[in-house]
Design a binder for this molecule. Sequence first.
Ligand SMILES: Nc1nc2c(ncn2[C@@H]2O[C@H](COP(=O)(O)OP(=O)(O)OP(=O)(O)O)[C@@H](O)[C@H]2O)c(=O)[nH]1
Ligand SMILES: [Mg+2]
Length: 361
Amino acid sequence: MSFNGATRFLILGGFLGAGKTTLAVNLAKALKEDYDKSVAIITNDQGDVLVDTEYTKDSGFDVQEVLGGCFCAHFDEFVHSARTLVSMGKPDIIIAEPIGTSTNILASVVAPLKSLYPDEFDVAPLCVVVDCPRALRYIDGGEDEDLIPLHQMREAEILILSKTDCVIHEEVGIIKNMIKKIVPDTEIIETSSLDLHNLPTIIDLVLSERISEKIPIREDNKRFAFEKAKLGWYASTYRVSSEMPVDMYSMITETIKAIAKEYDPSSIAHVKMVLSSEKAAAKMSLVQNSMQVDGIYGSRYFENDGKMVLNARIQSPPVKLETIMREVVKEMAERHGLKIDMESESCFSPRPESPSHYLFE
Ligand SMILES: Nc1nc2c(ncn2[C@@H]2O[C@H](COP(=O)(O)OP(=O)(O)OP(=O)(O)O)[C@@H](O)[C@H]2O)c(=O)[nH]1
Ligand SMILES: [Mg+2]
């Protein structure tokens, strides 16, 4: 889709686990099925292996990933990914999901895209996804660790309030009033991935000619460095095999529960896991204390060869996180008779990043 030949670009920001990937895939599916529009997706991570990439690819979309840091610090690579998607399949729309701890997206991603590539990309107003359970924490002003999500909210041109199904109706109203106090100029669209209410409203925005217009707010990235560094980032991939059928649902549920037992829920930003074979796949997430199986396709049982990808972002020293993840996976594999062979692993706390561009105008 293009007004003037440029590719429509939607940036979906928001904190870890807020529901960005779920929304991106739901939007992409609806745009394809109900509006005959093609969508491609750009994922982003600090580490080097992404559950989100597996999930969006498995959902049938062209995907590019920018790894090793935020779009803002890898801006040329980000633009290269977008151009690759354009040359691969000429998508009508590109949806880009920055890392959940990204800050100053307006100044370091939106503004440079608009000013450097006005003929190539047509950037929609910045959408920031905020989930209701986490937002309840901000009612009393939030805590120190809410510095990043509160900043992300202030950046929003459209604030998408997700997971409305996870709180009672009155709380949605309370959260919206709180948001209006923090960002009076922001439009709020509430939604839930369970019933997809208001998805057409978000699609109307994507298909409209509205472009991002908000003047970037000036907040020094150094303010966020301490909070970012508190998180341990873990990623691993395993080649897996089993001669007997393995119940994937039990396997991933028990794995996620075992990880949850090791940490205080408030320190768990997002743990996600995909187990897949040629004929079947299962994905599961844990955000704070909320555990959810996000889909099983094909059979519930895993057989023969496949792959397992595990990502965790938890407030934890990386060494402890790595030890726990290894032990849990080993124990679960033994219990379910799954042979595992680690292909890659990384665990670290993110270092401060410098954006390639930083435009305030
Ligand atoms: N109940 C409910 N769960 C949701 C909703 N939206 C997303 N989720 C679940 O929340 C979890 C996290 O969703 P993701 O879409 O992976 O979140 P994300 O923002 O992409 O997370 P990161 O990429 O780690 O920052 C998954 O288990 C989703 O199924 C919703 O509206 N309602
Ligand atoms: Mg995601």
